[in-house]
Design a binder for this molecule. Sequence first.
Ligand code: SF4
Ligand code: SF4
Length: 717
Amino acid sequence: MEVSFDKEVRSLRLGAGATFHGEGILAITKALLQSGVAYVGGYQGAPVSHLLDVLVQARDYLAELGVHVEACSNEASAAAMLGASIHYPVRGAVTWKSIVGTNVAADALSNLASPGVRGGALIIVGEDYGEGASVIQERTYAYALKSSLLMLDPRPEAGHMVRMVEEAFALSEASSMPAILQLRIRACHVRGSFACKDNVAPAISERHAMEAPAAFDYSRLSHPPVTFVHEKVKVEERIPAARRAIVERGLNEVFAGRRDDVGLIVQGGLYNSVVGALARLGLCDAFGEGELPILALNVTYPLVPEQLRDFCLGKRAVLVIEEGHPAYIEQDLQATLRRLDVQTAVHGKDMLPMAGEYSVDVLALGLADFVARRAPELDIAAGRQWLADLARNRAAVKEFLAAPLPPRPPQFCIGCPERPTFAAVKLAQRRIGAVHVAADIGCHSFATFEPFSIGHSILGYGMSLASRAGVSPMMKRRVLAVMGDGGFWHNGLLTGVESALFNGDDAVLLIFKNGYTSATGTQEIISTPDEAIKAATADKTQSLVAHNQVIERTLEGLGVKWIRRVDSYKVDKMRRTLEEAFTTDFDGLKVVIAEGECQLERQRRVKPWRAARLKARKRVVKVKYGVDEDTCSGDHSCIRLSGCPTLSVKASGDPLRVDPVATVLDGCVGCGLCGENAHAATLCPSFYRGEAIVNARWIERVAQKVRRAVIGLLQPA
Ligand code: SF4
Ligand code: SF4
């Protein structure tokens, strides 16, 4: 990838005596090295992409420590990597985005959790939940419950999160249970500082390899009949050991309050928001000192019954603050207290929303309800006023914004190679009729928004081809599956291509070969253009994805007989190719590879290259498209086919023309789609291509002067 994490990599080298400043996710990364981790891996995805990105770029430093880093092909391969800790006393950590990544990793996680681990095994999941999330809204907690995995949900403060990483490894080793460290979006991005410790080079590592493998031990295989024993060991030994360690190591925190007859039990990760809400209600200061005692669960699974009992004893009521659905912690607490004959009333989802993010205002509403019912003598009048003002302001803003502003969904970057291909899909359907489109995860899913509105279903990352298997046989017209190269390598090759070939399916697969897993932050994959090619290519504006043919070779090797490669920006050729795929007599899998490098990566490469050339007074050409407003008919077909944010409208300036005309704004990167669409869809001839040349050659200057002179002669005086 073209983004550099030099600064972040330097901060990983800090040792005892230094202070780390930065984002939560980078603090966690540093904590891994302080914990003596021997291997790290994962699959990128917000909000934890940075962890792996930084470690991959820190490879040289990690090699000095002996830490192995692996950019895994998907979350299942990352989870399987933790198998190293089953036999060997080595600490390992992997990361991914949850819930989707945990779903992919589920098989390996079950097989890891069954025999358990000797060395600490840590899974850092980005809990992509709430406003700003980009995945299905489910809780990772269910996996901890069903597979007996430790679940940590640390209070979002840098130093505390670092301690919790170190404690997670210790807890994993004390209980033989792999641990999940859950990080919400806000925890990943919270900024703070902590006193560093020296990084620890692992005793067993790349630099200090083992002489021999572990002795054969059947009990360490997840294989019946020993799996029946594992289940008992989990319940009878591991979970009790984890509970003892949670108490002995003081992992959960009690923050005292002035009251002792009521209290709050909160997930550690929500602590800051809860304090924010209490402060708004006038129940604590900015540091959390106030009326209500809080039990902050930094370890949310397993819960410790005695700890819950001790907190609840003597209290009339507690409020469980647990984000998301189902209410696992609340249900567990209810059962625990009843079993221990503690009669404290338990509130939770009866006062707080069952689903959705617990932002400060949502929490304040629930807390106000709790106080009104269980501690009505507390004065929260100021807080109620704040909530009322907030509601009034929101209603006013909603009313103000409702009419004039259209929704602004996310969309392709300016110049994205996927936009022209969807224009071609749209045009092809005009000729052959509508087709069922199995969409996928990736940037191409932006095509589900206007102006394309293409896609009938999304079943998971790399799943599009597999997801049309039930639809194809019932459709008169062939079904189109859309997949990115990231999805192809993540899952699509096996779940989709192999299955379609094996079953002799008649389908069309459109693969976006843009060279990176762009939607997760443009990480590299096996089909990324080589660094050597990037370095050797004199004109950095070129698309370089054609140099890497590993997707094509893989498909051919697997037996795909019908493959077409088309430049993404050639709209008419792409339209014709798609039409051919939909109508050919060839019965079998047809693959169209749309070849066009991710424009985001390309621009990251082009901008410094251009800047360097300008500095050296070398020739630089910038292509830009424009619209001749006298020719523009004002029907805006070009905009409906493109959706490029830099293709916009403006007033015509002509009092006789009421409709606005199309115009190209400054951000245009000159991808050429405007011209291609005009040609492929036979639109009006109003688009022109311009070249702005800086440090032009003498011949170009002369030619320009001649052109100006001729045009001047032709212009009326
Ligand atoms: S990141 Fe790349 S592939 Fe994704 S929308 Fe932007 S240009 Fe297109
Ligand atoms: S040529 Fe057209 S589609 Fe391409 S960046 Fe410019 S305005 Fe956007």
